[in-house]
Design a protein around this ligand. Sequence first.
Ligand SMILES: [Zn+2]
Length: 377
Amino acid sequence: MFDLIIRRARLVDERLVDIAVKAGKIAAIGEVSGEAKQERVLDGEIYLSAGWIDSHVHCYPKSPIYHDEADCIGVATGVTTVVDAGSTGAEAIDDFYQLTRAAQTQVYALLNIARTGILTQNELADLSQIDKPAVSAALRRLPGFILGIKARISSSVVGENGIKPLRLAKEIQQENGGLPLMVHIGNNPPNLDEIADLLTSGDIITHCYNGKPNRILNPQGELRFAVKKALQRGVRLDVGHGSASFSFEVARRAIALGILPDTISSDIYCRNRIEGPVKSLANVMSKFFSVGMTLPQIIDCVTWKAADGLRLTQKGRLEPGFDADFTLFTLSDEPRPLLDSEGETVQGQQHFVPLAAVVAGQWNVTDEGKAKHVFDL
Ligand SMILES: [Zn+2]
């Protein structure tokens, strides 16, 4: 007896399948026979993918700068898993962990290498903030919660320290088993070439399509040589849209050159959620139709590629044994303006409409899902 069977779900490759869930895991997929405590028969038009993973958010409710509630940016918008990117460091990570246990959304963290996290905007301007024993102790206390470390390497954050905080981040990474490192890029110094040269396989550059001088393209519109070499070494690109870090111009050019993101993430928090230009992960994903990506490519960036980048080994795939996290959605063809972080608006032709987030087999219907009554039994 299964706990749940969802029938006639449309996958992004347009196949129609049934999916059975037992004890929070995917038990079977394809043509499923057998009984379940709960059965949901869809209309054959609603898409189902592995649960969306937002690889870069901010949801420590007590953060003075970038706060939000996990469920507002998570299940309410079809996202089953969020990864907070460095809001907290060793000092507040335990409090953050406790505060997010009640959420329906699954919350993980990248630990800021600065002890205070983002209490101020310049957390790496004072190198004594980087307390290696405190980082190691936090990693030992919360191994299932902390997926990796975060270092914000831009001029306003590092002050006079240039590339030094990144060197220390690489040391911390090596001293703690080579865990994932996400590096924020923004205004220089340090120059992006210097940053890229230090990164190794699996390291993640976030804000990869930012429109600042430290963009991944050179003034001729070609990929910077240092970034090209980094990508060849296996460095990953994360979108991290945010209030100031996504340019349609850069994304269009990069994608035309074949430089696709590994992960599409929002860098969302309450203000850029409510006022834009982020609004939701779905809104950010919709922008990638406008720059030349396909539905399966976009979904890959919020499912298995996100899981692989952060080593969430039980997530991101619709296969037996994986977590029963699903996002159900439709696509709307209603034209809608989409705004980047540089003030450019494009008329979007296709949009993601999340209807439900299923977390370990538990349903969370979004407001749009409720309005459409598609899950009424
Ligand atoms: Zn961020």
